[in-house]
Design a protein. Structure first.
Length: 402
């Protein structure tokens, strides 16, 4: 197993503390492996293997435990056989009916340290929040960052490796072996089908799978562009598929719940308020787009935006799209008192491109840092305080945006 220190360091302060540790994220992003890593760290620190109860609910061996009462009875019986504090690990617990009631009882009925994973954001519903108020810590996991990919592969940061990441994304499975692109996309397609069929279609009882796939493909094809449910419905109508906007919203919510897409709202910089229309959607991993469509050069700007968005989120920033009159800023990134504005471009070496990318940033009159991130390695100018950062540096130098 390869370490994921980005997430372990977030979990570490809460180990052996009376908080339920909830790891969520898109399927095959490494949550199960993270549980095994935590388990190994505990045993390295002297916890006996007999103290650890580990249940993977995707295994048929535990199928009968998908009822919360059966789960409670099973764990209670196992705990009675343990000397010392029990450590409970529940992988993909969202399949258990009313699982939160069982977990709450474990926390109340005997001292225990609890870790759970799930592939659906509805785990963190208002019902869970009410039942477990103040007693759980939520950490969302993502596929590998570029730096994590380098660690997985044991290689140095180079432009060649960056292009590998751009074209293949960060699902751990595709970096654990030497696969060509065709094999890589076959692996990602399998992951994509699993997410859509198991975490979206089955969970939300969606009957029109063709329309769901077309909605997802529209999002893939427009990554980096503002869209709306109406725009998607109009597109489907042009394809002789009539769907009302309420259905589109239902499908979008289901896809978001499975973590396969993220919605980023627009923020009016001048009016200082969130806008409720024309959001952008980004993919859980850029490899998904290539697996479905094949790699297309015309998608590069959106893919680079997607990569920057995911990196900012991994580093703990809240991310918005900036609107200033008719101008748009790709990202406003906020963390506590920090704020910065970022434009993403494939290249800025042409003067007209520099001007078009800088214009929205220069129109902002506050003193927060402003950046352009691009693939250019030679462009080093600062334009009226707007700094240029090469993509390779942005993804590997965490001191830039700590």
């Amino acid at each position: 197993m390869i370490e994921r220190p980005l997430y372990y360091e977030k979990i570490k302060p809460f180990i052996d503390k009376p908080f339920i540790k909830i790891l969520t994220g898109v399927r095959r992003s490494g949550k199960s492996t993270m549980l095994l890593l935590i388990r190994q760290h505990l045993m390295d620190q002297g916890i006996k293997e007999q103290q650890i109860i580990y249940i993977n609910f995707e295994s048929l061996a535990f199928y009968e435990l998908r009822d919360f009462r059966m789960l409670y009875a099973h764990v209670l019986n196992a705990v009675k056989q343990i000397e010392g504090k029990p450590y409970l690990f529940f992988d993909e617990i969202q399949v258990v009916d009313r699982w939160e009631e069982a977990v709450n009882s474990f926390l109340v009925d005997f001292p225990s340290d609890i870790y759970i994973t799930g592939s659906n954001s509805q785990m963190l519903s208002s019902e869970l929040s009410t039942l477990l108020t103040g007693r759980y810590i939520h950490i969302q996991m993502h596929p590998l960052s570029f730096s994590e990919m380098l660690s997985f592969r044991g290689v140095q940061a180079t432009e060649e490796q960056l292009w590998r990441y751009i074209r293949r994304g960060g699902f751990p499975a595709v970096h654990l072996g030497e696969y060509d692109e065709r094999s890589t996309y076959a692996i990602i397609n399998t992951i994509y089908d699993s997410i859509v069929l198991r975490d979206v279609v089955q969970r939300y009882n969606i009957r029109n799978i063709e329309i769901l796939n077309r909605v997802m493909q529209f999002i893939m094809d427009t990554v980096g562009s503002t869209i709306s449910a109406k725009k998607i419905a109009d597109y489907l109508k042009s394809q002789y598929r009539s769907v009302d906007t309420n259905t589109i919203y239902t499908y979008l919510d289901a896809l978001k719940s499975a973590f396969i897409i993220s919605k980023v709202q627009r923020y009016d910089i001048q009016g200082k308020e969130l806008l409720k229309t024309q959001e952008k959607y980004y993919l859980a991993d850029p490899g998904i787009q290539h697996a479905v469509f094949g790699y297309r050069d015309r998608h590069i700007s959106g893919i680079l935006e997607n990569i920057v968005y995911l990196e900012l989120v991994r580093r703990g920033y809240d991310v918005y799209i900036g609107k200033l009159g008719a101008l748009e800023v790709d990202f406003i990134a906020i963390k506590a008192e920090k704020r910065m504005y970022i434009q993403v471009a494939y290249t800025v070496e042409l003067e007209r491109t520099v001007q078009s990318e800088c214009a929205p940033l220069l129109a902002i009159r506050d003193a927060y840092p402003k950046y352009i991130v691009s693939m250019d390695s030679r462009f080093r100018d600062s334009i009226e305080g707007v700094l240029h950062i090469n993509m390779l540096q942005f993804l590997t130098d965490s001191s830039l945006f700590p």
